[in-house]
Design a protein around this ligand. Structure first.
Ligand code: ZN
Length: 351
């Protein structure tokens, strides 16, 4: 089987080599002033996920050639505070690795999808949350996922769904039973539909899968919770930190090059990827991360930049710590020759 874990050599834990930024993080306080890089500041939100991603990409990098670990470690390592010329808003421009299992890139995707799904749910007040899964088996994860997706396509094209469901968003969740040690991939979706009886759904699912009738369908009551759930799994189908390293590697290969979320029908209004910024060249740097956060509370300019960023308030024109402001175009040119590293406008702010 293509990309099957069985064809890979046995997992050997990579040499313990914590990123320098992690060491710094552990020794310093959690406030912004204590983080010597933007990456360090962001890693602190989920140190376990970062460590799990380093182990995974460290192993893959040695086996598969592409410098995965190098890419991961460069994520959010360069960062500048930027100001929008017209609105005065302050955001971070940072380098990004765009690796699926990078927790920092996942977090950016999660924030985007969550906002999109919340907007969609506001317009579809009778949306339902549907879960379908397969009967426990010892089959490889990749095989189970392929079968689950095939069955899910049949479900969506069934006469029941064509009559009652106008569209939705689907996403995949991968779990492993603590006792059974078997993989349990689930397919979840938020659907815009009329009432569907759970027993009817279970009967149809059993007919499609031949042996599985485990389904769930319920009205979405807590919209924020539903939006967060969708966003979490659209960004990554599993939480690597909850799995052993060999399991994380199996998850990586089972999902490599495959979609883990999608939309159909009325759900297409949910854009799972943020659009390119049309006015990206309106953002100009006002200071580097280290320069601004390390200037200390007595530095009036640094304080104004940080306050505008943290509180999401406009920064007055001319407030800057750099003699020659750089545009996104300048930063693009600066990072052009570094494969896998791209400047990215990060709308994260800590307030
Ligand atoms: Zn990343």
């Amino acid at each position: 089987m293509k990309n099957c874990i069985c064809t890979k050599p046995a997992f050997v834990a990579p040499k313990a080599r914590p990123a320098p930024s992690l060491l710094v993080h552990i020794e310093t306080s959690l406030d912004i002033g204590g983080a010597t890089s933007y990456q360090t500041f962001r890693i602190k939100h989920d140190l376990d996920a970062w460590t799990a991603a380093r182990v995974l990409y460290g192993w893959l990098g040695e086996e598969d050639g592409p410098p995965y670990l190098e890419r991961l470690e460069s994520c959010r390592s360069y960062a500048w505070f930027t100001r929008h010329e017209r609105t005065g808003r302050v955001r971070i421009v940072t380098t990004t690795c765009k690796l699926r299992w990078c927790p920092l890139c996942q977090s950016a995707r999660r924030n985007w999808v969550s906002a999109q799904v919340s907007e969609w749910l506001a317009a579809h007040r009778m949306a339902k949350f549907v879960t379908v899964t397969l009967k426990n088996s010892d089959c490889e994860l990749a095989e189970q996922i392929a079968y689950l997706r095939k069955c899910f396509v049949k479900l969506r094209s069934s006469s029941l769904f064509r009559r009652k469901c106008r569209g939705g968003v689907w996403f995949l969740q991968v779990k492993k039973g603590k006792r059974s040690k078997q993989w349990h991939p689930h397919m979840h979706c938020l659907i815009d539909s009329e009432f569907i009886d759970r027993r009817t759904l279970s009967g149809l699912w059993e007919k499609i899968t031949k042996d599985s009738m485990v389904t769930d369908i319920r009205l979405v009551v807590d919209k924020d919770k539903a939006a967060n759930e969708v966003a979490r799994y659209c960004a990554g189908s599993a939480r690597l930190a909850e799995h052993s390293a060999p399991e994380a590697i199996e998850i990586f290969y089972a999902l490599h090059g495959r979609r883990i979320a999608g939309t159909w029908g009325t759900g297409r209004k949910i854009k799972l990827r943020p659009p390119k910024f049309e006015d990206r060249n309106s953002w100009k740097t006002v200071g580097g991360w280290k320069e601004v956060t390390g200037a200390g509370p007595a530095h009036a300019t640094a304080r104004m930049i940080l306050d505008a960023w943290k509180n999401n308030t406009p920064l007055a024109a001319g407030v800057s710590m750099v003699p020659t402001p750089k545009s996104m175009k300048d930063l693009d040119a600066e990072f052009y020759r570094r494969p896998g590293v791209q400047p990215f406008l990060d709308f994260y702010h800590p307030s």
